[in-house]
Design a protein around this ligand. Structure first.
Ligand SMILES: *Cc1c(COP(=O)(O)O)cnc(C)c1O
Length: 467
């Protein structure tokens, strides 16, 4: 794959990979607001667009409504720590998927009712389980010992017996550390039956890594069959959760495939090589709510003589509720990260731009990979324009050699200058804050919520408590 010996590519040889055009974000970039906020905060910040989050939730709801499937959406909270998403969930009756006591507190504290919360994650702490039971949350049980802790240590005063799903270890991903094998599920079911009223076994769950549709259809159908079998044992088993993993489409297909073909070590600072298999699939032909549509339209054999049926048909036929846990997909287009350029210096054939923050605020850089949709250069008058290509990589302000927000030499339309802003587009899903730390005693970048009140954009700080 690697082509060596090309250390100083002609500027035109550096591939473009812009994010898909997004009118909501572009309006902010051209509004003149960002330089004001950069001045006010004196450092990098993220901006959040709650309208877009609401629209993404609505799109998932529409996909469910079109097929007449009874479903519930739970925003996977780990994808972004801001309070505003949870406020929107509370306001729109959307659920939340949490995996820690802190996340559960945030959900409950911002008004999401316990019944709307799904608690996932491995070997949950006793304290997390206790609060989850007291608040009637739905707990995705990851192991037999966790089930035993729930059955034998139910907190006194709980409004009802623990509500649980049993999480499956996907046979397609046998190396996963999450979930229970088929044999363990059988044991778990027997223990639930024996526990009688001491537990409410509401169904099964899985979460698959990757974005492929067919394994999700296949596993959902398998869990549906398990629900039917569990009902004959007297258990409730009327719902399945198919987790998250609805892809986000960041870049146009032509740009993405051209980039993958063209990219080589000479296109990166220090000739760094990345394994393209480690890149997020920045273009997905089927993404977001359309990925849910594709899952629901997937056909499965029923084991009866009625022939193959779509997953949607089978969910409706069997009166089974479909639970979803999208994280990244609900945040598509719902935020961006803004850095100010502090310095520009030259290397052979490209520049090194240094910004006022670190790559800890762009998490992809910490997974042996790169956030590839290119940052947008914004000056005092909005987005920079020009036909030339001025290649530059983007370094962080820390003393780490490896602290680059972008190793790739990005072709900017004009030469970046100190005082310009660099805006990384579409970063709300996982990029903003999962790895942030006050390294070097740099403050954490604040989050600015851009509301639309009566059509007028207004900003405020996200009300996130200190970590
Ligand atoms: C991370 C996670 C999700 C969300 O995944 P996305 O790819 O962001 O949609 C959902 N469910 C579980 C159990 C998870 O761990």
């Amino acid at each position: 794959m690697a082509v060596t010996g090309d250390r100083t590519p002609a500027p035109s040889a550096v591939p473009f990979l812009p994010a898909l055009p997004d009118p909501g974000t572009d309006a902010v970039l051209d509004s003149g607001l960002l330089p004001e906020l950069s001045h006010a905060f004196g450092g990098p910040f993220h901006f959040l667009l709650p309208d877009r989050f609401d629209a993404n939730v609505a799109a998932f709801r529409t996909a469910l409504a079109e097929t007449g499937v009874d479903g519930r959406i739970h925003y996977a909270k780990k994808a972004n720590k801001a309070a505003v998403w949870i406020e929107r969930c509370a306001a729109t009756g959307t659920g939340v998927d949490v995996a820690s006591l802190g996340e559960l507190r945030e959900a409950l504290g911002n008004g999401v009712r316990g019944e709307r919360v799904v608690v996932t994650g491995p070997a949950k702490s006793d304290q997390l389980l206790r609060v989850a039971v007291l608040q009637a949350c739905l707990i995705a049980v990851d192991s037999l010992d966790e089930l035993d802790r729930l059955l034998h240590h139910a907190p006194p005063g709980a409004p009802r017996a623990p509500r649980i799903l049993l999480r499956l270890l996907p046979p397609q991903q046998p190396g996963s550390r999450f979930g229970m094998t088929g044999a363990e599920l059988d044991t778990a079911l027997a223990r639930c039956v024996a526990a009688g009223d001491a537990v409410r076994m509401e169904g099964f769950s899985f979460h698959l890594s990757g974005y492929a549709i067919p394994p999700r259809v296949e596993l959902a159908a398998a869990l549906l069959d398990r629900c039917l079998a569990a009902r004959t044992m007297g258990l409730q088993a009327d719902r399945i959760s198919i987790g998250g993993g609805f892809a986000v489409d960041y870049c146009a297909p032509a740009d993405w495939y051209a980039f993958l073909t063209a990219q080589r070590p000479g296109h990166y600072h220090a000739d760094r090589t990345f394994d393209p298999a480690d890149f997020y699939p920045y273009h997905s032909p089927v993404a977001g709510a359309d990925a849910l549509r594709a899952v629901l339209a997937g056909t499965t054999a029923t084991g009866t003589d009625s022939g193959p049926r779509t997953l949607a048909d089978r969910l409706r036929d069997t009166g089974t509720l479909l639970l979803l846990e999208p994280g990244r997909a609900l945040l598509d287009g719902a935020g961006a990260s803004v850095f100010r350029i502090q310095g520009v210096k030259d290397r052979a054939g490209y520049a090194i731009v240094t910004v006022d923050g670190t790559s800890l605020s762009l998490s992809e850089q910490w997974f042996n990979s790169e956030f590839l949709p290119q940052p947008v250069l914004v000056g005092a008058d909005g987005r920079a324009s020009g036909d030339a290509a001025h290649p530059a990589c983007v370094g962080g302000v820390s003393c780490l050699e490896s602290d680059l927000l972008t190793w790739r030499k990005v072709p900017f339309p004009r030469r970046p200058q100190p005082g310009d802003l660099l805006v990384y587009p579409n970063t709300a899903g996982y990029q903003m804050d999962s790895n942030e730390s006050p390294f070097h005693e740099l403050p954490l970048p604040p989050k600015v919520v851009l509301d639309r009140t009566d059509g007028r954009p207004r900003w405020r700080l996200d009300r996130r408590p200190a970590p």
